[in-house]
Design a protein around this ligand. Structure first.
Ligand code: GLC
Length: 742
């Protein structure tokens, strides 16, 4: 019986017109791994090698013969970079590639809001998708170890837990658009000085407890599809082909199944590039910003040199197939995923997102005599002083530089917000950097001013003397050494004589508000003379609107510092104990010992008896006030595989709605290895109406109590006494709950 049936079935099938069987790799309904294997089986060695390196400044080949598209990379973490010429850094001059600039990632971190992070990733991912990009080269999560690091504005602060919680939603938001995130710079790229020739020496505890967690979260929770290797070396191998970081940890311990992309110019050796975990080589022989050998693509380390090693039998193709699999997996997750959305560009929603993230990230550092918010009931006169009130900030700073459709300056934002309610006057106050160009993108502003510093100061003081409010907008400006890639700051002080201007203005008017635009802490010798201080970040296209909303009280500030604001540079362990920036050894390599180990940021501050920071990690004021009740634990002990729930009531005791970030730190009272006094392990941003009270609940488990035991190479939580510390900042503890781990 069966034979007959089979025969009949066979006859029926053969009678049908032969469906052109869709190859598995082209069939969206097939599992990605099947598509990877099918595509791989159809490729030649030459085609596989071609996948592993660039063919232009920002793209690498697919497999034209098989209909596998090219891979297009784009900077950056804050917006989609304008198209550049095929083989140049110079922008191509297209007229359809301007973008929305979102606030710098340090501002995003300062929101302490995973919801804002998702909104950010979704919005920027839509713009990358609309521009048909495969990979967006961001976000960056290198830990803020020194306030001189030129790229801290692109990263998420000093604490590994905060950075971990904030990077995951960004990656998820981006990748929902079928665009890959590329979390960077993996790893230990914590300053820009000598970034290509620095070898970082750091103990495993600091590596695992401080510098890796945000990358690990991006991989294991965010499921990032690509990671970018760093320029610096670790254990003598460049981050872009590093056995320890890429093979042992990233792909081994963490199970990363995506592709490792080199930083531009970060590849230096074919053999290491083959065996030490690099998958896609970009930008070789460039400094990642400007100069570089053109059209060297066939000579890339993973190009002809690689092919020749294979053809001569020097190396096999096992590594090549692994690279190709990872790159094909990237293709099927992005370019060859027919179900991905189409994206959008410069939409009202994107501008609204940029504005809201800015409003949620601005930090009110000080507000003596309640100078803020500005009251406009009696038609006040407002003087705005400072170059940063007018200077465009979206052009410059390195690879994160953008060509925006528009950028609202602080002065414009203040003028628009105060229209009809206050008279707004302006004086330059000081001249910083009148230039405004990056890779052919020009601001079009003419900020030239030949007046002397004295004349500028006199004009500003004169104006300040006769008004109701003075708003000084200064800080840094992404010029070289002023928060800029490839150049660290040379000191903590504000540049361009700003301290003198601020002190003079403080003498001229008691209602002085200093707005510091920067991605880093700066010295504030005038902190006691100035009633109100606002930490406004590089806020992007909606800068003036975000800032004005906070200054005029339309929005109640809720940002909290994602890093410690030191009073002096010497209070920072990297500068007290470190050799930053160091001197080159006989090979021209800068050996950088991270001598402070795990004691970075508030972890260091907490150990100091006398030295206090200017403003602590997690600090940020509000226009209302909050009262914390007594925290409670649901048990006095936690079993090793159990959980502990900490609850704390919090009440808005002021007269207006506000958001508070309740922070939970854990303190291990006795440990076999040194531990910080406390470590951030949970936080909750809560909105409360006037008079409203809510109970905040934190659930912690054994993982929250662990430290990394480098001798055993594993995370351990030792039984004994702990404390759950509820705080409004690392320097403002509101309650302590002791408990024991069984
Ligand atoms: C730069 C940066 C990196 C950027 C890349 C491409 O040097 O280090 O963050 O994405 O090169 O511009």
């Amino acid at each position: 019986m069966i034979k007959v049936k089979t025969l009949v079935a066979g006859l029926m099938l053969s009678a049908l017109p032969l469906q052109a069987q869709t190859p598995i790799y082209l069939d969206d309904n097939q599992p990605i791994e099947s598509r990877v294997e099918d595509a791989l089986s159809r490729m030649t060695v030459e085609e596989k090698v071609a996948l592993t390196h660039a063919q232009s400044k920002f793209c690498s080949p697919g497999v034209a013969r098989l209909g596998i598209p090219e891979f297009w990379m784009t900077d950056g973490p804050h917006g989609i970079r304008p198209e550049v010429l095929w083989d140049e850094w110079e922008q191509a001059g297209w007229t359809n590639d301007s973008c929305v600039a979102y606030p710098a990632l340090t501002c995003l971190a300062a929101t302490w809001s995973p919801e804002m992070s998702y909104l950010y990733g979704k919005s920027i991912g839509e713009e990358a998708r609309y521009r048909n990009k495969t990979v967006i080269l961001g976000p960056g999560v290198n830990i803020y170890r020194t306030p001189l690091n030129g790229r801290n504005f692109e990263y998420m602060g000093e604490d590994p837990y905060l950075a971990s919680r904030m990077v995951v939603p960004y990656v998820q938001g981006v990748q929902e658009n079928g665009v890959a995130a590329c979390v960077k710079h993996y790893a230990l790229n914590n300053h820009e000085a000598n970034r290509h020739t620095t070898n970082v020496i750091v103990d495993d505890r600091a590596l695992y407890e401080i510098y890796l967690p945000a990358f690990k979260a991006a991989v294991q929770e965010g499921k990032t599809w690509t990671i970018m290797g760093s320029y610096n070396q670790y254990k003598g191998q460049h981050g872009c082909h590093n056995q320890y970081l890429l093979n042992d940890i990233l792909k081994g311990e963490w199970g990363f199944d995506g592709a490792v992309v080199s930083d531009w110019g970060g590849t230096h050796d074919t053999n290491q590039a083959i065996t030490n975990g690099l998958d896609m080589e970009f930008g070789s022989w460039t400094d990642g910003l400007s100069n570089g050998a053109s059209n060297a693509y066939d000579n890339y380390y993973l190009a002809m040199p690689y092919l020749q090693r294979i053809q001569s039998g020097q190396v096999g193709t096992a590594e090549l197939d692994d690279k190709a699999r990872r790159i094909l997996r990237l293709a099927f997750r992005t370019n060859m995923n027919r179900n991905r959305p189409y994206g959008s560009m410069r939409s009202p929603e994107h501008y609204a997102a940029a504005r809201k993230i800015g409003e949620e990230g601005i930090v009110l550092l000080q507000n003596n005599n309640q100078v803020l918010p500005i009251i406009t009931t009696n038609q006040p006169r407002i003087a705005v002083i400072g170059e940063n009130a007018v200077k465009m900030m979206t052009v410059g700073g390195g690879s994160s530089s953008l060509k925006v459709q528009r950028e609202v300056s602080p002065l414009d934002g203040i003028r628009q917000r105060a229209a009809g309610q206050a008279e707004v006057l302006y004086a330059r106050g000081y001249v910083g950097d009148a230039s405004g160009e990056y890779n052919g993108v020009v601001t079009g502003q003419n900020l030239n001013d030949i007046r002397s510093a004295e004349e500028l100061l006199a004009e500003a003081v004169q104006l300040a003397s006769g008004v109701d409010y003075v708003i000084f907008v200064g800080g840094l400006n992404k010029s070289k050494h002023q928060d800029c890639e490839d150049s660290d700051r040379t000191g903590l002080e504000l540049p361009y004589n700003q301290d003198a201007v601020i002190s003079a203005l403080a003498r001229a008017n008691k209602n002085l508000i200093v707005v510091n635009v920067s991605g880093n802490a700066v010295a504030m010798p005038w902190v006691k003379e100035v009633p109100a201080i606002v930490q406004a970040w590089f806020l992007g296209s909606e800068a003036g609107n975000s800032l004005a909303s906070v200054l005029f009280g339309d929005v109640n500030p809720s940002g909290k510092l994602p890093f410690t604001f030191p009073a002096r540079l010497v209070d920072v362990p990297a500068h007290q104990l470190g050799e930053y920036p160091g001197t080159p050894d006989e090979y021209g390599i800068y050996q950088q010992n991270y001598n402070e180990g795990i004691f970075v940021g508030y972890r260091w501050t907490d150990k100091q008896k006398k030295v206090k920071p200017l403003f602590p990690f997690g600090h940020g004021l509000s226009y209302t006030t909050f009262a914390y009740g007594k925290p409670k634990a649901d048990s006095k002990t936690m079993s090793p595989y159990g959980q502990l729930t900490i609850t704390v009531p919090i009440k808005n005791t002021g007269s207006r709605e506000g958001q508070e970030v309740v922070q939970l730190y854990i303190s291990d009272k006795k440990s076999s290895l040194p531990r910080p006094v406390k470590e951030l392990k949970a936080f909750n941003k809560v909105s409360l109406q006037p008079g409203e009270e809510k109970e905040i609940t934190f659930t912690i488990d054994k993982e929250s109590l662990c430290f990394f035991d480098d001798a055993r190479h594993e995370w351990v939580a030792e039984p004994g006494q702990f404390e759950a510390i509820v705080a409004a900042s690392a320097g403002d503890v509101r309650g302590v709950v002791p408990f024991a781990l069984d």
